[in-house]
Design a protein around this ligand. Structure first.
Ligand code: ADP
Length: 259
């Protein structure tokens, strides 16, 4: 319900931005690993966070999701302090490798069914819930694999199963942490095609990505991080800017960039 209300803009109020970080600083020890971070992700955007290894991308994502609390500044999720946010159905998170799934002896349909749990509580899934589950499987092109165990899927198929779980939950924000690591090239293309169509359908997408060519081809906006924000703006401007060189060092380049 929330999702449709927000997307349809039931009132004249602009929708609450899914993510707002203001002047955030955080360190695991006394030394901050991210500082001076002010980033706002608006409803319906498709944003990629890029940066070299150790630049604070995962930390930033955890701050955004409320898994870590800022030492300074504030982080909000759908207008609430991120660490207090508890409407899990609005947020779909697809982890790197979807690692946990590798050990799960359950089928794809069972994974996707979990997406309905925040809506049904301890009750049984209704016919309508199952229709939503099947619709989500269809959207990600996994209907034929519904009864297969997730342990028997390729990396790309597994990631699609986890996206279907988020869709079944009617998430309006999808956060993906390097979702295509270990996924073959052909499936990567299909995967980004899927993200694009979900974004066109109104879902906000936040992607953490080390593959710069994927980012520049697909995301609309780039936040380039190395402890601080080096760049935040349209992808085309990022490609033209010197932020990449400043954040990554001189060796960095876009794959396929012939100069
Ligand atoms: P990225 O995702 O860009 O690779 P991270 O956010 O994982 O960067 O890490 C940023 C910095 O914080 C690195 O210097 C890393 O070593 C440090 N770090 C990450 N997680 C922890 C942790 N749990 N405890 C202590 N230091 C950490």
């Amino acid at each position: 319900m929330n999702a449709t209300e927000t997307r349809a803009g039931a009132s004249d109020q602009p929708p609450t931005p899914p993510i707002v970080l203001s002047d955030v600083e955080f360190g695991y020890t006394a030394t901050p690993v991210v500082e001076d971070i002010s980033v706002r992700i608006d409803d319906g955007e498709y944003v990629a966070i890029v940066g070299p290894n150790g630049s604070g991308k995962s930390t930033l994502m955890k701050l955004m999701l409320g898994l870590l609390r800022p030492d300074e500044g504030t982080a909000s999720l759908f207008g609430e302090p991120a660490h207090r946010f508890d409407d899990g159905s609005r947020l779909g998170y697809v982890a790197q490798h979807a690692n946990a799934a590798k050990e799960m002896p359950i089928t794809v349909r069972e994974v996707v069914k979990m997406g309905r749990f925040p809506h049904v509580g301890f009750g049984r899934l209704s016919e309508e819930d199952w229709e939503i589950v099947d619709g989500a499987l269809e959207t990600v092109g996994m209907t034929a694999f519904a009864d297969r165990r997730v342990t028997q899927l390729s990396g790309g198929q597994r990631q699609r199963a986890f996206i279907a779980r988020a869709l079944a939950g009617e998430a309006d924000l999808l956060v993906l942490d390097e979702p295509t690591v270990g996924v073959d090239a052909e499936s990567v293309e299909a995967f980004y095609g899927l993200l694009e169509s979900l974004n066109e359908a109104g879902i906000t997408i936040l992607l953490i990505e080390h593959d710069l060519s994927a980012v520049t081809q697909h995301a609309e906006r780039v936040v380039c991080l190395n402890r601080e924000v080096y760049f935040d703006g349209p992808t085309g401007e990022f490609v033209e800017s010197d932020a990449l060189r400043r954040a990554f060092g001189t060796a960095a380049n876009f794959v396929g960039d012939s100069g």
